[in-house]
Design a protein around this ligand. Sequence first.
Ligand SMILES: Cc1cc2nc3c(=O)[nH]c(=O)nc-3n(C[C@H](O)[C@H](O)[C@H](O)COP(=O)(O)OP(=O)(O)OC[C@H]3O[C@@H](n4cnc5c(N)ncnc54)[C@H](O)[C@@H]3O)c2cc1C
Length: 464
Amino acid sequence: MSTHFLIIGNGAAGYRAAKSLRKADGDAQVSIVTEERHPFYLRRQLGDFLAGTISLQELIFQSRNAYRRERIDLFLMTEVARVEPVSHEVVFATGQRVRYDRLLVATGTRAAMPDIPGVALEGVATFDTLSAAQEVKGLLDSARRAVITAEGVIGVNLAAVLAKRGIQVTQLAANDRFWPQMLDETTSGLVETVLEENGVVVRRGAPVRSIIGSDGRAAGVEIASGEMLPAELVFCGCRRQPAVDLLEGSGIGVGQGVKVDSALRTSAPDIFAAGDVTEPLEPEEIEPGSSAFCWQRAWAQGGLAADSMLGRAAEPALEAMRVRTSIFGADLAVIGRGHLPEGGDIEVVELRAAASVFRRLVFKNDLLVGAIVFGTGESVHELNRMAAERATRETVETTLGLLSEAPGETAIPRTYAAHCPICAAELVIHRGTPLGSLVHCEACGTNLAVAWDGRRGWLEMPRR
Ligand SMILES: Cc1cc2nc3c(=O)[nH]c(=O)nc-3n(C[C@H](O)[C@H](O)[C@H](O)COP(=O)(O)OP(=O)(O)OC[C@H]3O[C@@H](n4cnc5c(N)ncnc54)[C@H](O)[C@@H]3O)c2cc1C
């Protein structure tokens, strides 16, 4: 009898695994179950679909016929409610039971909706599936103002799409800096600067308290200070949590995601997991509640999971990538623990090649454990591989020649106001402005140099 490979989840990890399994074993039965109504589509490009730069046909990668041609059984709109490792069965929400020989859990993440009044109002949306994007598309024409209630990949993606459509966007950040689970202070400032330069208003230290409605529709957001921000569109669910509810009672180990070994085996025999649902690298050093959210990692793990399910010696996927995205055209990659602060056995090297190009390398006991690259795609691939391999500092240095670079200019870490030393007019210097760069005082026409001593900033006459 042929082996039945059953895959739960038809995203990057599940779809890639199904294709690889079919290719490697022509006789096997390969099935994918998904609660969504569409076949595989490019989830990370939902923003482009919303912006109208790609069509529905371009977004949906495979038609249902293509699955038939490849003899992959596709169960759409089918939720798996339970996994029963002892009997080798999964149970659908309808009660139907299906037996598997090898099972892959590739269920990704779910929106962590804030527990606040107003989330059920019309005009309050999430943005993580094609169905949700289609609904949001219908709301855009009548919206003038939008509030995005949390930071994250989805939040910045949405901010870019909405701002380009002329909608006035406010992006809320709960903490005093942007996206602290992923970014260090400097990168956080650079991301904020890009958003602000493109017309997005960033409100830090502004957790949302409730969503205010009028006639059943969203009318605005009340933040913790009591201030009301008017908005016809409110986006929640930018925070993600692994979709592991179906594993409750199965005995499969779950921490900050499904626990897997380097070959993506779970703690139950014949059950594997891949993609965003798996626990991130060394979770004890990543803040609780921050899951993986990375297409590249999910795609790579889908291939590795297929090898493992086939019983092949699987090459560990050298994937330390946690986020790879573009914010208004500026590349951002967060690799491993690139956000960790310096201290103890953690050493940080920061390199700035130009005002908006920043690299941050994080070493633990002289081994590369993470990096953040902003403003360029250069060296991201090598850093990802070296962080996954825990390359030595010497290897990093010789591979990239990075550490011999002069640190060059640095940026102002926070926005400050300073007086012109000539006419005393007040000028605002924005976070991310390169140290030593010139600003022009409109009042007296003097060019002034931006100065910062590590704690405070001022303006001075340029040195010749
Ligand atoms: C708007 C948006 C923008 C993004 N931008 C980027 C980006 O710029 N860069 C980047 O790297 N990543 C980005 N991502 C994230 C990227 O899409 C994910 O990392 C990737 O899709 C993860 O793949 P996956 O296969 O692990 O899970 P998913 O793609 O989430 O697929 C999991 C599937 O499992 C299904 N499922 C869950 N539970 C069950 C169940 N019990 N029964 C049946 N089916 C179930 C879900 O419905 C879903 O279809 C973005 C995501 C969104 C939504």
